[in-house]
Design a protein around this ligand. Sequence first.
Ligand code: HEC
Ligand code: HEC
Length: 411
Amino acid sequence: MYRFYLVFFTFLFFVLFCAKVDSRIVQETSAFEVVEPPSDFHLSSLCPSGWKKKNEYCVINYQYVNSLEKNGGLGQSLPNVELDPKIIDLGRYLFFDPILSGDQQLSCAHCHHPAYSLSDGMKQSIGKNGVGYGPNRKDGVVLKRSAPSLWNVVYMKHLFWEGRASNLEDQAEGPLYSPDEMGSSPEIIESRLNDNSFYQKMFREAYGLKGQRISAKLVVDALTSFEKSLVSFSSRFDKWSTGDKNALSKEELFGYNVFRSFVARCAECHPPPMFTNNVFATIGVLDSGERDYGRETITGQNLLRGSFRVPTLRNITKTAPYMHAGNLETLEEVVQFYNEGGGRGNGAPSDLRIHWHVRKMGLSQNEITSLISFLNTLTDESSMPKFPKSVPSGLPVAIELESYQHRSSKQ
Ligand code: HEC
Ligand code: HEC
């Protein structure tokens, strides 16, 4: 069976140490478990945390989901998601396995890492030819934007900052086949996985393949099943909204009132329970380099210039730095930015149509501090995936200290 390793503390020290040396962003890292997979990579038929078994499938099992769906919540049922536990488990191995990238050095987890709450702690992610993972990744192609975390992506109506994909299947082809990111192709993926006896067996187990070859389509299907399992609905805020009135302190509750007030208006765009209304808005975040025209590049409407999908605020204290450009390092900076009127008060280009809810707010220091305390109550990482200590390809995963070095040692 599984043997569990808790490497978190050593890892935390290492990360903080490296982050200091590199003078990159230092933030509190998230706890996660590293597990030794079964020697034959037998797939688990257990549902991950947050899910329960119903007729062989996994369905969401959050204690607080009913209240999310009812009064004060969505006012409607969450879309019914049924996932096959073996396919989720297969997707987990693929997510952590660099075998999918052209040069076999980069996995999804390098940029969506459990220690950084499924993001990477960087302003802008580093793709192809980079070394290392999380905020210590360096030397490769610098991507245009910051990596979003993957919490509750199953409920997002548009994916990517400017919403260029409308489902996870189309989304996954972005990083996999982009030459600046994983630089792979369906042919590469298919030939490698069909040559790997573990993956042959795992795909047979998960999909009942009988003699058929593993297709890139199935790879994407498994990856997206895994991503759909990454839900977060058991925060202290959820406890409070189900009726546990002691779950939030007085200050946090005051912060929630600031959040939904007509002065701050945060809840207009970031309404509970998702803390996003899933639409596009222009708030006027400044780009550090080349201008990012956001949603306009998809629809051609200049009204949407510089607009982005409203991001969720769940686990927000864990996913600094913030915004599409990663240019705001802390929640203090974010609230300050809004308090000054967003782009209006921060010199955004005059051709942006900044949303009318984003105006100078004049929040007091006390209101700002309470608002940030409230954002702290949206943390729930209980569905954090288990990090496999090794993957079927045998390639180094984004946890081993030597994977910081492995590219250079090969050359
Ligand atoms: C080099 C770093 C990197 C790698 C590797 C990477 N991503 Fe991403 N990911 C990003 C960045 C950056 C974005 C935002 C890009 C944008 O909006 O233009 C993103 C966006 C996403 C999104 C959209 C989330 C949202 O809320 O809109 C999903 C889902 C995702 N990635 C999943 C994956 C999967 C699955 C893999 C592996 C097949 C992967 N990523 C590999 C950096 C990476
Ligand atoms: C008009 C809609 C709107 C309002 C009002 C609004 N936001 Fe946002 N928020 C957005 C959009 C859009 C983004 C992404 C912008 C970007 O990346 O350029 C965002 C980004 C954020 C982020 C960064 C999320 C991340 O993952 O990087 C935080 C934190 C945030 N908002 C908090 C707040 C708070 C607190 C308030 C109230 C003071 C607020 N927002 C009001 C639309 C809004």
